[in-house]
Design a protein around this ligand. Structure first.
Ligand code: FES
Length: 173
């Protein structure tokens, strides 16, 4: 029996444990410190002052297309006329917009089927049979509240977190 050799083995085992612990901790620390370009993407400020009723703009949020639409009174009325039990993903226009600002429909421009960019935000684009957005990939049709009404998409267009900084500027994210 050689006590010196056993000490060496114990020290070596402790050292390896130490290395292992560091290797696990570092990636966690890196994930908790997003790089500057990720932070810059975290929120997007959008000037909505030039979007007339009936118009929309295409912007982007965290590298995904974002639609900001100023609904006309007729489009709001059309959305409100739909009973929630007709909907695949039941949500009112009220729930999908901010209090007192029901005309501002802000959604990701990403079809919830397989992620194509639906038509309807650009001037003259096909808004589909429900007057909101139409996905040309497999024919999903969204209404004027961005809710799925027809086709394979399972859920409504996603409404991201956002706040109105003023009547004309919105921060998304
Ligand atoms: Fe839009 Fe399939 S990706 S309908």
């Amino acid at each position: 029996h050689d006590p010196r050799r056993r000490d060496f083995i114990n020290i070596a085992a402790v050292s390896f444990a130490g290395v292992g612990a560091i290797a696990i901790v570092l990636p966690l620390v890196n994930q908790m410190n997003p790089s500057a370009d990720v932070l810059a993407q975290a929120s997007t400020e959008i000037d909505i002052s030039k979007i007339a009723p009936g118009q929309a703009i295409k912007s982007s949020f965290r590298k995904q297309p974002l639609f900001v639409r100023n609904l006309t009174p007729a489009e709001i009325a059309a959305a409100d006329a739909v009973s929630l039990n007709e909907l695949r993903d039941p949500q009112s226009l009220e729930e999908r917009t901010k209090a007192g600002k029901k005309n501002w429909l802000i959604t990701l421009g990403v079809c919830t089927h397989l992620g194509c960019v639906p038509l309807g935000a650009g001037e003259g684009e096909n808004k589909g049979p429900f007057g909101g957005y139409f996905c040309p990939c497999h024919g999903s049709a969204y209404d004027t509240a961005g809710r799925i009404r027809q086709g394979p998409a399972p859920t409504n267009l996603h409404v991201p977190e956002y706040t109105f900084n003023s009547d004309t500027v919105v921060t998304v994210g």
